[in-house]
Write a protein that binds this ligand. Structure first.
Ligand SMILES: Cc1ncc(COP(=O)(O)O)c(C=O)c1O
Length: 432
C-alpha cells in the first residue's frame, strides 16, 4: 500500500494502523472525530532534522520546532527530549511551551505584532530570542526590557524578497508581506542601525521565513544569498558581526500518494552547503544556523478519524460524504484549497472507486476536500483523513460551538490521551 506516511500501515485484518495501533479501535474507544498522532513518528522526524544538520553543517546549528504547526504540552515535551528548540508565535504558545517543560533558553518568539504583555512575559522569562518584525517592535522591546531592567536578546526578521511557489496567503518572504523588514528597499539596514542603538537590546542575528510548503530547494539558496550578502553589508557598513542566521521553515511533506518531496537530508545539505559557500565568498565566519520546521515534524505523524453521517449522491453532479467534523477541526481546504488523502480505516485495502466531496458538519457550504478518491462508503463508516498532524488541531475552532476533538497519541503502539475532548460545558465555560 502506497501510504503518505511511514507511520501508517495495514494489519492482517485489513485495518489501518497508526504507529502500529488499530486506528478504528482508537476511534471506537475515544469517539470521533479524533486526532491520532504517532509519537514515535514525531521523534523520527525530529531526528531526521537534527541528524541531517549534524551531518551537513560544520558550524553551530539549532533546529527549532515551529510549534504553530501543532502545540500542546506533550508535543513540547517530545521535541525538547529530542534536543530541538522551539519557535512560538504568541503568549499562549509560549505559556504552553513553558508548561510543557521547554527551557526558556530554547525558545524563539515570532509574530508580526506581539503585544506589550507578551513581550513583558517573554523578557521576564528570559527566552532565547525575540524575533522582532520591524522598527516599532524593536522600540517596544527595548522599552519593555528597560522597564524590567533587562536586556532582550533579539533577532531581526527580514523580508528577503524571495517568492515561493505556494498559495499566496502562505508566501511570507516576498516584498509585499506583513512579515519582516525588506532588504531591497534599504529598510533592513536602517533597522539594524536602530537595533544597535538601543541599550536594552542585544541584536544576535537575522531571520527570514519564505513561506510554506516549499517543494523546491532553490528558494532557500536564493534566501541564503540575500541574507549572507546582508550580513556582509552590515559588517562592512556598520561594523556589526551578525552571528546567527535563521532561515525559518516551510520544508514540504507528502500529502498525496505519488507526490514527490525533497528529503529532509537534501534540504539540509543544500542549505548548509549554500551557507558554507556564501560565508567563504563574503569572508564571514560560519554563522550559527537555525532552521524551523513545523509541518515537517508534525504533519505525517497525524490522522483525523471521522464517522460518515450521510452520503448524498446527486446524479451527474457529485457525491457528498458528510462527516462529524469539518472546518472546525481542519480549515485548510477552506483556507488554501489544501489536498489530502482519505481511507476507510476498517477496510483499508479497498479500492478507491468513487470520487467524492468530503463535507463537514458546519452551517456553511464547507468542505474538507473536493474530488477526493474514496472507496464506496455508507453512514456509520469510519473515515480517516491522512497527514493532518500539522495545522489541524492547531487551527481548530469552536465555530457553531462545536467542541474540539481530542488528540490521542500512540507510543510504542499504545494509545494515550494527550489533549482531552472538549465538552459543551467547556465551550460555554467563558460565557458570563
Ligand atoms: C517564522 C516561521 N517559522 C517556521 C514556520 C513553519 O513552517 P512549516 O510548518 O511549513 O515548516 C512558519 C510557518 O508559518 C513561520 O511563520
Amino acid at each position: 500500500m502506497n501510504f503518505v506516511s511511514e507511520c501508517l500501515g495495514v494489519n492482517d485484518a485489513g485495518r489501518l494502523t497508526v504507529g502500529g495501533a488499530d486506528a478504528a479501535l482508537i476511534a471506537r474507544e475515544f469517539g470521533t472525530p479524533v486526532y491520532i498522532m504517532d509519537e514515535d513518528q514525531i521523534r523520527k522526524n525530529c531526528r531526521a532534522y537534527t541528524g541531517a544538520m549534524a551531518r551537513h553543517y560544520p558550524g553551530k546549528w539549532a533546529v527549532a520546532y515551529a510549534s504553530k504547526a501543532f502545540a500542546c504540552k506533550q508535543m513540547y515535551r517530545i521535541v525538547n527530549e529530542e534536543g530541538l528548540m522551539t519557535d512560538v508565535a504568541s503568549g499562549g504558545e509560549l505559556f504552553t511551551a513553558l508548561k510543557g517543560g521547554m527551557p526558556p533558553e530554547g525558545i524563539f518568539f515570532h509574530g508580526n505584532n506581539k503585544t506589550e504583555e507578551e513581550l513583558r512575559y517573554a523578557i521576564k522569562t528570559g527566552i532565547r530570542r525575540i524575533v522582532a518584525n520591524g522598527t516599532e517592535e524593536l522600540e517596544r522591546v527595548s522599552r519593555v526590557a528597560g522597564e524590567t531592567g533587562r536586556t532582550a536578546s533579539v533577532s531581526l526578521r527580514l523580508s528577503p524578497g524571495v517568492t515561493v511557489d505556494t498559495h499566496a496567503a502562505l508566501q511570507t518572504g516576498k516584498l509585499d508581506s506583513k512579515f519582516g523588514v525588506p532588504v531591497e528597499t534599504g529598510a533592513a539596514l536602517e533597522a539594524v542601525k536602530l537595533a544597535l542603538s538601543f541599550d536594552n537590546i542585544k541584536l544576535e542575528g537575522i531571520h527570514c521565513h519564505l513561506g510554506s510548503p516549499v517543494y523546491q530547494t532553490e528558494p532557500y539558496t536564493e534566501a541564503v544569498d540575500v541574507m549572507t550578502a546582508f550580513m556582509a553589508r552590515v559588517r562592512d557598513e556598520l561594523g556589526y558581526p551578525c552571528r546567527e542566521l535563521n532561515l525559518g521553515g516551510g520544508y514540504a511533506v507528502r500529502y498525496l500518494p505519488g507526490q514527490t518531496v525533497v528529503p529532509v537530508a537534501a534540504y539540509a545539505a543544500v542549505i548548509a552547503g549554500a551557507v558554507k559557500d556564501a560565508a567563504a565568498r563574503h569572508g564571514l565566519p560560519l554563522p550559527e544556523l537555525v532552521i524551523e520546521p513545523g509541518r515537517g515534524i508534525a504533519a505525517d505523524a497525524g490522522i483525523t478519524v471521522y464517522t460518515v453521517g450521510s452520503v448524498k449522491a446527486i446524479p451527474g453532479v457529485r457525491t457528498y460524504l458528510s462527516v462529524d467534523g469539518g472546518m472546525t477541526d481542519n480549515p485548510r481546504y477552506m483556507l488554501y484549497g489544501a489536498k489530502y488523502d482519505i481511507i476507510l480505516p476498517e477496510r483499508a485495502l479497498e479500492s478507491k472507486t468513487e470520487t467524492v466531496a468530503l463535507a463537514g458538519r458546519c452551517c456553511e457550504s464547507e468542505l474538507l476536500g473536493i474530488d477526493m478518491k474514496a472507496p464506496p462508503a455508507a453512514a456509520g463508516d469510519l473515515l480517516a483523513v491522512l497527514n493532518t498532524g500539522a495545522y489541524n488541531y492547531a487551527m481548530a475552532s469552536n465555530y457553531n460551538r462545536i467542541p474540539r476533538p481530542p488528540v490521542v497519541m500512540v507510543r510504542g503502539g499504545k494509545p494515550f490521551v494527550a489533549v482531552r475532548r472538549e465538552t459543551w460545558e467547556d465551550v460555554c465555560s467563558l460565557d458570563c
